[in-house]
Structures are given as C-alpha cells and as structure tokens.
Write a protein that binds this ligand. Structure first.
Ligand SMILES: Nc1ncnc2c1ncn2[C@@H]1O[C@H](COP(=O)(O)OP(=O)(O)OP(=O)(O)O)[C@@H](O)[C@H]1O
Ligand SMILES: [Mg+2]
Length: 650
C-alpha cells in the first residue's frame, strides 16, 4: 500500500482560517462586502427589541401610570404619541432587518456554491500539473477524499458558521455598546462571563481540533481502502480474502469511529458549559441589578456622563439589561454549536491547501514544436497552418536569434543514471542511439528497467545523471507538452476513460474526424471487433473498459497512439495480451505505423522484436547486450538463452 499523504505538521487552525477567509474574499469581494453590510443591518434589528423594551417600560408604561388622572387626561392619551413613534421605529428597523437577512442568505448561497466550485477547479488544475511521482507517493482514494469530504467540510463553514460568527460578533459588540451606554457596573458582570467563555472555548476547541484532523485523515484512509478493494475485488475473491479485507476494514472503521468520537465528544462538551455560563450571567445580572436599584447605588453609564439625572438605574434599564444578558448568552451558545463544524472545516481546509501547495511539475522548457515548411535548399520556415512538417523552434537567449531544427525523431541517451528515489539507482550508465526511423527493442527480465527508460524519454521523471538528446536538443530544454506531443505512447497499463470507443481513440488527437479514427483503428486491427460491438464506435465504455477483453483494450490504446501520428512511438508490451494470430495482424499494421518513425518497443515475446534495428538486453538497469537479432544469436549470450528458452517454452 502506498504511504499516506502527510498532513501538514505545522497545522494551525488560525492560519488556515485566515487563509480561507482571504481566499473567499479574493474570490467574491463584492458579495462579501454586501453580505457584511446586510449582517450589520440584521444585527441592529436583533438588538432593537432590547432597546425598545427599556423605552417602552420607562417612557410608556411608567410614564403612563404616573400621568393617569393628571390634568392632561388618561395616561394612555399622554403616552400615545411616544408609543406610536416607538412602534413605527421598531417596525421600520425590522423591515430593513428582514430584507437584509433575506438578501444575504441568497448572496451567501451563490457565494458558497461558487466558492466550492472555484476550490475544486483550483485543486484539479493544480493536481493535473503535479509530477507522476506525487501519485506514486499518495493513495488515490486519499486524494479523492480531499475533493469530496474536505470540500464538504468547508461548505458547512462558509455557508453557515462563518456568517453566523460574524453576525454573533457584531451583535455582541453592539449589545455591549448599548450595555455600556446604560450601566457600566452591569457591563462589568458581562465582561467577566465573556472572559470565562473565551477561556473555556480556547481550551476545549484546541483539544478537539487535534481529533478532527485525525478524523479527516481516518475518513481519507477508509475511502482509500474502499477504493482499493473495489478495484481489486477480483483478486480479493480469487484469493478468498473477503474475511481478511473485512477485518482490515473493521480496523480502519474502528479508528475512524474512535477519532470522530473523541473530536465530537470534546466539542459537544462545550455546548452545555457555555449554556450554563450564559445562565449564570443572567442570574448575576439580575442580582447585581436589583442590588443597585434597591440600594440606590449611583449608576455609572456612558449616557450619564455630565448628566447626573440620567445616572439612575431605572427598572426599565434593569429589565432591558436582563434581556440583553439573555441575548448575549444565546449568541455564544450559537457559536459553540458551530465550533465542531469550524474545527472540522479547518482540518479539511488544511488538507485542501496542502494539495494546492504541492510543488507542481517544473517546466523550464523553452524549445517548442511548430509547423513548418522546408524549402528546397533545406531552410526551415515557421508556418501557422498544418503542413505535416514539424520543427523545433529554439530561441537563443544570448544573442536573441532563433534557430529551427527539423523534427526527425533522433533520440540518444548518454550515460544515463536514474532512480525513483535518490538512494536507489534503477538505471546505470544507459547509452542508446536511436536514429530516425529505427526500431529499438528492449528485452529483459521483469523489473530490469525497460518501462523506466521510456518514462525518462517522455520526462515523466527526470534523470539523475547523463544526457538525453532529441534531434540534438537537450530534452530538458524542450517544453514538456511539446515533447510529449511528439511521442506516441502505448503504455503498459491500458487506461480507457468513460466515454464511447470513438472518444477513447480520439484521445490521441482531439480534432480527429471519424474517417481518421476508423483509419487508425484499421492500422491497429481494432476495426473488426469494434464494428461488431453493439453500438460500434459509439459503444459506451465504463470502468476502464471492463466490458472489453484485455486484448481489445490494448488494440484501442494502440489505435489511439496511431491516431496521434507522432514521429516517435513507444510501445510498452503493446501486444502482450493479444493472441498470436491477432498479434501477427497487429504487427503487420504496426509495421506500417512504424514506417518512417523512431520506435521503442518493449516485449516479452521475442518474436515481436526480431526485426528491430537494435535490441537492448537489460539486466538490473544495465544494458548487457546490444545488436541485431542475428548478432545477438551469434553471440550466444543472454539473448540467445532467452530466445532458445522462449522457443522451448512455446
Ligand atoms: N514508480 C516507481 N517508484 C519506485 N520504484 C519504481 C517505480 N516504478 C518502477 N520502480 C522500480 O524500478 C525498477 C524497474 O522497473 P520497470 O517498471 O522499469 O521494469 P520493467 O523492466 O518495465 O519490468 P516489466 O517487464 O515487469 O514491465 C523495478 O525494480 C521497480 O521496482
Ligand atoms: Mg514495464
């Protein structure tokens, strides 16, 4: 099993959150500004009721009772204008608040979905640029889980926790300002409670963050395992490993269960604790308020500065304060319920950023492939149209000139050393000279390094030492996309994508016409079987073409390479799953495909490589013999033994 993707060891929830916020803001700056304005408006709406209460008690009820039976008439008539004014004001504020919150919910919805879309796009486009070695190191299900689970964790935060958090913060600040306005003594009681809440939250929140990261990792590991088991279900059944894989799954599932439990248990503790602190706050405000009113303790308030009369703490204010204290507590309760989601999202976000921060494949190549015309005297002229001739365009930085070299397909390796990991070399001192149009074959035991050589030619990996020249140009100077465009490859593992047979062949040349596709499939000898499929070229393939035979899949991938029509071809075991009779047909087709091209062919069946210009025999990363079939037979070395052995086997 491949190693797990390393989580960032320097994970910091704060840093991740601030990066996420910046990311959201950069993607949707206008949405964010409007949403914040709307949140401010609806926060004002939510504290308006509290303020209304104090005015209602003091200026309507209290004033009304006092005015009853006075000269002015009944108490109601005296206070009616004040009452109407208050109701109108409150009504106005509420209408604005309702409109604002409706608007921001709508905006939030489009922001959330758009933002997640952007994150997935960014992740995918970065992933496409990662070097092959990244996928060697990481379990594929684990990477997939980042797109599903971790992105979903963010959705919850962006769509509800974050805006709620902003709303709560604003409401708390506004409430606090109003509190200070009415009574500084009572506000001090509130400050005490807030400090207590912050202390508890940071202690418990920090503890649960650790487990949420573990939980996200466990989810990814479990998904990776399920994916592997699905891909390998035939092997599982053949070796009767159902029980064993169930047991392995149980271990992962148990671990996931444990981590999720720990994370949630921690976070769930927070809700009742904060709830009780909020209750305590309510009681304290009531007691202190009553004591101040009863004992006539001089009140201290912002509104009272320089105005001794309004210093008094009225019953209206005390009741309002109780209301505000209740609201204050509710706000913190709300945040504490979101904390799980926030911490989990930060764990997810850190994995997403981790994927985005992976170093992408560097491409310093500046030599590009261009269409050209070749004059009679051999001069090469660049051309916009497709001419069937290609040239390497080589700008020289030193003197600003540009030279053109005809694309011929001359590939040479000089003293190449390479290892997938620096400690262990897989190829040693490999020298290969493939002139345009030559067919070079690699033979050798499994694991000898045949595929590895082809991986270096198309730069899936970079060599450790030595030189590779393509038409005389150092391949490191060639833009990777152009280099790969000039090489047609049939990989050892056939890969078909979900789509029709024609789509799969078209992968080799996206703008190919149906005639070209048919011609290519004829070259690969795939035409007959394709036309016998239920829908011919329009037959849908799924799950890597599992409804086709192994050999048929290979024929399709040969057709795909034939369509690409590149001057260099790499055929890695391309005919290994094809029966001998079909192989003969394919190799005839291949011969015409190979005509005029440089071909590297790897085959275990030596009959396939006999007509090569040169055969390289590889052993543990060394080329131990080279020459034509006849030369090597005469040498009576390893090739001779392989060849005669193979014949004995057949
Ligand atoms: N992605 C990889 N990471 C690390 N080591 C690898 C990787 N791919 C191959 N190797 C190692 O490199 C060596 C050469 O592998 P290679 O695939 O080139 O063999 P091969 O000659 O093509 O074998 P086969 O005939 O079985 O296809 C092997 O020892 C293998 O273990
Ligand atoms: Mg191989």
């Amino acid at each position: 099993m491949k190693s797990m993707k390393n989580p960032n060891p320097n994970f910091s929830a704060k840093k991740t959150l601030s990066r996420l916020l910046k990311y959201v803001f950069r993607t949707y700056p206008i949405h964010v500004v409007i949403i914040i304005i709307c949140i401010i408006l609806s926060a004002i709406g939510s504290i308006a009721a509290a303020v209304f209460m104090s005015q209602f008690i003091d200026n309507v009820i209290y004033a009304g009772i006092q005015a009853n039976g006075s000269v002015a008439g009944s108490g109601y008539e005296v206070v009616r204008p004040t009452l109407i004014k208050l109701i109108l004001e409150l009504g106005g504020i509420y209408i604005v608040a309702i409109l604002a919150s409706t608007l921001y919910q709508q905006l939030l919805c489009s922001l959330t979905q758009g933002f997640l879309h952007k994150i997935r796009t960014d992740m995918f486009s970065n992933m496409e640029k990662l070097p092959i070695s990244y996928f060697d190191r990481n379990q594929h299900g684990d990477i997939m889980s980042t797109y599903t689970n971790d992105v979903d964790a963010i959705r919850q935060v962006v769509s509800s926790a974050l805006p709620q958090f902003i709303q709560v913060m604003l409401t708390v600040i506004l409430l606090f300002a109003v509190m200070l306005y009415y009574s500084i003594w009572l506000s001090l009681v509130v400050i005490l409670a807030v400090l207590l809440i912050f202390f508890t939250t940071s202690k418990i929140g920090g503890g649960s963050a650790k487990f949420f990261i573990k939980q996200q990792k466990s989810v990814a590991k479990t998904e990776g395992f399920i994916e592997e088991m699905m891909n390998g279900q035939k092997v599982v059944k053949v070796f009767c490993h159902e029980e064993k894989s169930k047991a392995e799954f149980e271990i992962l599932n148990e671990e996931l269960n444990h981590n999720s439990f720990a994370a949630n248990a921690y976070a769930n503790m927070l809700v009742p604790i904060i709830h009780n602190i909020a209750n305590l706050l309510y009681v304290l405000v009531a007691i202190v308020g009553v004591l101040i009113v009863i004992n006539n303790v001089p009140n201290l308030s912002l509104r009272g500065f320089g105005n001794t009369e309004s210093q008094a703490l009225t019953i209206g204010i005390a009741v309002t304060f109780l209301g505000m204290a209740r609201q204050f507590g509710n706000q913190f309760n709300q945040i504490s319920q979101q904390l799980n989601a926030v911490v989990m999202a930060m764990a997810g976000a850190s994995r997403i950023f981790d994927l985005m921060d992976q170093k992408t494949e560097v491409d310093d190549g500046y030599v590009t492939l261009v269409n050209c015309t070749i004059e009679e005297d051999g001069t090469i002229k660049e051309c916009d149209k497709h001419t069937g001739h290609w040239a390497w365009k080589h700008p020289h930085k030193a003197d600003g000139t540009i030279t053109y070299t005809e694309l011929k397909g001359d590939i040479r390796l000089f003293d190449v050393d390479f290892g997938y990991v620096p400690e262990k070399l897989v190829l040693h001192d490999v020298n290969i000279y493939a002139k345009p149009g030559q067919k070079i074959a690699f033979v050798g035991a499994t694991g000898a390094g045949k595929t590895t050589i082809t991986n270096l030619i198309n730069r899936f990996y970079d060599i450790a030492d030595g030189k590779i020249r393509y038409d005389g140009i150092n391949i490191n100077k060639i833009k990777k996309a152009d280099l790969r465009k000039s090489i047609g490859i049939v990989l050892q593992d056939t890969n078909l994508f979900t789509g029709t047979v024609a789509d799969n062949i078209r992968y080799g040349k996206l703008d190919a016409t149906m005639e070209e596709i048919e011609a290519a499939s004829k070259i690969a000898n795939a035409y007959d079987f394709i036309t016998r499929l239920p829908d011919g070229f329009n037959t849908m393939l799924t799950s890597n073409g599992s409804q086709l035979s192994q050999g048929q899949r290979q024929l399709i991938s040969i057709a795909r390479a034939a369509l690409a029509d590149a001057p260099v071809m790499i055929l890695d075991e391309a005919t290994s799953s094809i029966d001998t009779r079909t192989e003969l047909l394919v190799s005839r087709g291949m011969d015409s495909l190979m005509n005029g091209r440089t071909v590297f062919v790897i085959a275990h069946r030596l009959s396939t490589v006999q007509n090569s210009n040169a055969i390289m025999v590889l052993d543990h990363g060394h080329i131990i013999e080279r020459g034509t079939h006849e030369d090597l037979i005469k040498q009576k070395g390893v090739y001779y033994q392989l060849y005669t052995g193979a014949f004995e086997l057949e």
